[in-house]
Design a protein around this ligand. Structure first.
Ligand code: SAJ
Length: 425
């Protein structure tokens, strides 16, 4: 095999599954993370993130020794950078510090014939304009002495291990030879098509995919507000519109979260603000959706001052533990600012501690003496709740459903008045 030893920088939601999958397929992998807790946790047989199946594969490859973890990289045949690229809150600029320092950490170990792949979502031209100069400080020439490529990950949290192998993979090289080297690396385990292109195209492909999804969710969210004001049930209207063979409207909700879709479109807006009014507006529509949730709660409860609300779910989407950029968290903060006292229960992170937010480790604790129950995330376990039992624990009979996860009759039978997102009266 051409790539016998691989170094993966960043052991988060992408880096760790990627490192483990390579190790499982016979590559000797060093997983690197600058966070000592992450490295310690893994060394002690633990896992710092929740992803179905990940614990098993990580323990397996750590056990066989095909995966080792460390704080710093070592010489290898190939390097993959999979560190986070968040944005600066004030001006939404991409925060490339982690990518820069990962590249800097590789430079002293770089050797002739190596391959470096950037996987972190990045603004267009990052590979050529940011990474090349850093790696060339080694004295080696990019595209001549070593290969360099950008390859976006496209896996869906919750299905990462399967999608890593089955999804089509785009590999953009700074030269045709670099793309070919990237192709050969991923061919180790990827069963989907591996398509070669140039690095900037690959960067743009990634941003286009997530932007496409963001604007499609934005229109669903705008429809939810329109339906609300016209006395229409948006869920019924969407299912009817989707009978059209060329229409596929997504689901409205409390907003768009996670570290990808709510972040990546800004990389395009930031790179070219004058020519991206549409992408910016979609972002703004989705970011405003938590405020719309607040208005629903006010409609259901009147003034929120002193009201006790049990919030179900804080994760950014169903059946994951990830609270980053979560609209559910934003909704809770808005409710608190309006004077409500909120107890939030997140079953996938029952002990999460968030600034200025009260989380409780059980559903029961959230419900005691609550005036209202609010469904924010479609976790499977929230779909089939015992409404009679819930009614007994609560003081009030107000239920608000932000994601169309509850059966109207069932809640009404238990004496609740159920308000649903996107259902106008
Ligand atoms: N959401 C809605 N309505 C929908 C679908 C999603 O409100 O109909 C919300 C979710 O609740 C969540 C957010 O959008 O808050 C994003 O969730 P998601 O499931 O659409 O996507 P992510 O962020 O988990 O993963 C996305 C995926 N990209 C695309 O589907 C184009 C994934 O394939 C990428 O690998 C990932 O971003 C990434 O890392 O970039």
């Amino acid at each position: 095999m051409k790539f016998q030893k691989l170094c993966v920088l960043g052991l988060g939601y992408i880096g760790l599954p990627t490192a483990s999958t390579f190790a499982k397929h016979g590559v000797e992998v060093l997983g690197v993370d600058v966070n000592e807790n992450v490295v310690e946790t893994l060394r002690n047989g633990g896992l710092h993130i929740h992803e179905p199946g990940l614990g098993e594969i990580v323990r397996d490859v750590l056990g066989t020794g095909m995966l080792r973890v460390a704080l710093r990289p070592e010489p290898a045949d190939a390097f993959i950078i999979a560190v986070p690229t968040p944005f600066y809150e004030d001006d939404k600029r991409a925060d490339m510090r982690a990518v820069k320092s990962a590249a800097e950490a590789i430079t002293p170990h770089l050797q002739k014939g190596n391959l470096v792949v950037l996987e972190s979502t990045s603004p267009p031209r990052t590979t050529t304009d940011l990474i090349v100069p850093i790696l060339e400080k080694s004295g080696l020439k990019a595209g001549i002495d070593f290969h360099l490529a950008y390859s976006p990950e496209r896996v869906l949290p919750g299905q990462i291990l399967q999608e890593l192998i089955e999804n089509a993979r785009v590999v953009g090289g700074i030269t045709a030879e670099s793309a070919q080297a990237g192709y050969e690396l991923y061919a180790t385990f990827v069963k989907g098509d591996i398509i070669k292109t140039n690095a900037t195209t690959a960067e743009m492909v990634k941003l286009m995919e997530n932007t496409y999804r963001d604007v499609n969710i934005a229109i669903a969210n705008e429809f939810s507000q329109l339906a609300d004001s016209f006395g229409v049930d948006v869920w019924e209207a969407i299912s009817l519109a989707n009978l059209h063979p060329r229409v596929e409207i997504l689901r409205p909700g409390p907003g768009v979260g996670g570290h990808c879709i709510s972040v990546d479109p800004w990389f395009l807006v930031e790179a070219a603000p004058e020519i991206t009014p549409f992408i910016r507006t979609a972002r703004e529509v989705n970011d405003a959706q938590p405020k719309f949730m607040l208005s629903l709660l006010e409609r259901a409860l009147g003034s929120l001052k002193g009201k006790k609300i049990a919030a179900l779910g804080l994760a950014y989407k169903p059946d994951v533990d990830d609270l980053r950029e979560s609209p559910a968290v934003e909704v809770v903060h808005l409710l608190q600012s309006a004077g409500a006292s909120v107890k939030a229960f997140e079953p996938f992170a029952p002990n999460a501690s968030l600034p200025s937010l009260e989380t409780v480790p059980t559903l029961e604790e959230a419900l005691v003496e609550a005036d209202a129950i609010l469904l924010l995330v479609a976790h499977s376990q929230f779909k089939e709740l015992d409404t009679e039992n819930i009614a007994e624990m609560m003081t009030g009979r107000v239920a608000v459903d932000a994601i169309n996860g509850w059966n109207v009759e069932k809640w009404q039978e238990a004496g609740f008045e159920l308000t649903r997102l996107g259902v106008g009266k």
